[in-house]
Design a protein around this ligand. Structure first.
Ligand SMILES: Cc1cc2nc3c(=O)[nH]c(=O)nc-3n(C[C@H](O)[C@H](O)[C@H](O)COP(=O)(O)O)c2cc1C
Length: 224
C-alpha cells in the first residue's frame, strides 16, 4: 500500500504485478536457484493486493497476470469485474498461458499443454470472457427504482459451445453488474505479454494493450 501511495505521489500511471504458479523452474530443472537468491519467490497473489492498493489511491492504475490455463474463465471474468468496481476502472489483466512444468504439476497435470494448443485454448477463453463482460448485462440493466432493482429482460445468459471437448462449455449470466465508467469499455483492459510471431496472439477479440520487453520491440506489432 505504501508502494502504491508512493507511485501516485510520483505521478506513475500504472503498476503491473506479474504472477505465476510455483516459480520458474527452468534453470537447473528446479527452484533451488530462485529460492537461494530470493528471486521471484514467496510471491503473493496480486489480485487481493490490487484491491488493497486501490483503496489508498485515486489515480494510479493496476494490472495483474492471471493464466488462461488454470483459472476458469467465468471465475476470471467475475474477479476482474470485481476489481473494476473496486478500483473504479483502474485495472487491467495480463493474459498469459503459463509454460512452466511446476505450474502444470501443481494443477494436477503431468506437463503443460503444448504451446500452440495452449494459445488456441486462450483464444477461446478470451471469447468467453468478453461475452461475459460485454453481452451478459446490458448497459441499462441496473434500474434500482422503487419496484425494480435489475431489469431481468436486460440480463442474458451467455451460451458458449467450445470447439473441442477440452475447451469451454459455458452457460450462465455474469455475476457482476456493469460498472459505470467514463471510458468506452465496459470491461477491464486486457494486456498481452506474448511475443509475436504467434498465430494466436491476435484473436478475434484481441488484447487492448501489448506488453513487451524493450529488447524485443522489433517483434512487436499491433493486432489487426
Ligand atoms: C513483459 C512480459 C511480462 C510477462 N509476464 C508474465 C507473467 O506475469 N507470468 C507468466 O507466467 N508469464 C509472463 N510472461 C511470459 C509470456 O506470457 C510468454 O509465456 C513468454 O513470453 C513466452 O512466450 P510463449 O508462451 O509464446 O512461448 C511475460 C512476458 C513478457 C514479455
Amino acid at each position: 500500500m505504501d508502494l502504491a501511495k508512493l507511485a501516485e505521489r510520483g505521478k506513475i500511471s500504472a503498476i503491473f504485478l506479474a504472477d505465476w504458479y510455483v516459480g520458474f523452474d527452468v534453470y537447473g530443472g528446479g527452484l533451488d536457484t530462485m529460492l537461494a537468491s530470493g528471486h521471484q519467490v514467496a510471491h503473493l497473489d496480486p489480485v487481493p493486493i490490487i484491491s488493497a492498493m486501490a483503496a489508498v489511491t485515486d489515480t494510479v492504475s493496476f494490472a495483474a497476470t492471471v493464466s488462461t490455463s488454470y483459472v476458469n474463465p467465468y471465475i476470471l471474468a467475475r474477479q476482474f469485474s470485481t476489481l473494476d468496481h473496486l478500483t473504479d476502472g483502474r485495472v487491467g489483466w495480463n493474459i498469459v498461458t503459463s509454460y512452466t512444468k511446476g505450474a502444470a504439476k501443481a494443477m494436477g497435470l503431468e506437463k503443460p499443454v503444448e504451446h500452440d494448443e495452449r494459445y488456441k485454448i486462450a483464444d477461446e477463453y478470451m471469447e468467453v470472457v468478453y461475452k461475459l463482460w460485454e453481452s451478459s448485462w446490458a448497459d441499462d440493466s441496473v434500474v434500482w427504482s422503487h419496484d425494480l432493482a435489475y431489469d431481468p429482460s436486460k440480463i442474458k445468459k451467455i451460451e458458449h459451445k467450445g470447439k473441442l471437448a477440452f475447451f469451454f462449455q459455458n452457460s450462465g449470466e455474469h455475476n457482476a453488474d456493469e460498472h459505470e465508467q467514463e471510458n468506452t469499455s465496459p470491461c477491464p483492459a486486457a494486456l498481452n505479454s506474448t511475443p509475436p510471431p504467434n498465430e494466436h496472439q491476435c484473436s478475434s477479440k484481441p488484447a487492448r494493450v501489448n506488453l513487451g520487453l524493450a529488447s524485443r520491440l522489433d517483434t512487436q506489432k499491433p493486432c489487426s
